[in-house]
Design a protein around this ligand. Structure first.
Ligand code: TYD
Length: 241
């Protein structure tokens, strides 16, 4: 497949594309595949993630995702998500967009609305208010929402994290253990939490149908990638041949 990249000739310098969805929907795989396709088409691409994406953000990520972090209040959790994001925008996202690059980000404020707003019952309005204050209202040009059965995606995420932990335990090297850090805190939430998160994503997709494209992620990674390429072709003037 050939793909021609026009982003440098259109509107606001770079393009900001985010990936969203429940844990285990294959976001990271799809982000990598899209990055490779865009690079092959000659685009400058920055791959990044939240929480994290900067040295400070990665420290915050460890606090947020480590299942040994006990008793974190929902408001503190939301504040840390935004602290990581504010740093990420200042240090990575905005400078890359200013240089005209395509930024592919694994999760952004929609995650906070779905997980903290809906999942933790903090409400959309509070999340959107903080987004305005702390992120200057920065909106992605496009959001790929990977949609997959909540129960199945969660069991996929749990299996992945368990095997990562097992590899770390079996390894005698200390730094290999830290490379497979315990990132299970959210996956330990119950079914109804993830049902609310799923509902949150649906509501965001309905409210912001211009920006958010739901993509059925139940097929193979190659099938899902093809759907994403088609969606991009339509929305961002990227031409696949
Ligand atoms: P991620 O590494 O994308 O997990 P996965 O690969 O399993 O999808 O995200 C880490 C977790 O952080 C995930 O469970 C969702 C949660 N999260 C929030 O609750 N709020 C947020 O704002 C963000 C960015 C992530």
């Amino acid at each position: 497949m050939h793909l021609r990249c026009y982003h440098s000739t259109v509107s606001r310098l770079g393009k900001f594309i985010t990936f969203e969805g429940l844990d285990g929907t294959g976001k990271s795989t799809q982000l990598r595949k899209l990055a490779a396709a865009l690079r092959a088409a000659g685009c400058k691409v920055v791959e990044t993630r939240e929480p994290g994406g900067t040295a400070t953000g990665e420290k915050i990520r460890r606090i947020l995702l480590d299942s040994r972090t006990e008793g974190l209040s929902p408001l503190a959790e939301m504040a840390l998500m935004f602290a990581s994001r504010a740093q990420h925008i200042a240090e990575v996202i905005q400078p890359a967009l200013d240089r005209g690059h395509i930024v592919l980000c694994d999760r952004f404020t929609d995650s906070t609305e779905a997980y903290q707003g809906y999942g933790r019952h903090l409400g959309s309005a509070n999340v959107l208010k903080l987004h305005e204050i702390l992120c200057g209202g920065l909106q992605p040009d496009l959001t790929i929402l990977l949609d997959f059965d909540p129960a199945m995606s969660l069991s996929r995420a749990r299996r992945r994290n368990q095997s990562g932990l097992q590899r770390a335990k079996n390894s005698s090297k200390k730094n290999a253990a830290s490379a497979h850090a315990d990132e299970n805190r959210f996956e330990q939430q119950n079914r109804s939490f993830f049902a609310r998160v799923h509902q949150g994503y649906r509501a965001i997709a309905t409210r912001e149908s211009q920006r958010v494209i739901p993509i059925d992620a139940s097929g193979t990674p190659a099938q899902t990638h093809r759907k994403i390429m088609e969606a991009l072709e339509k929305r961002l003037k990227l031409v696949c041949r």
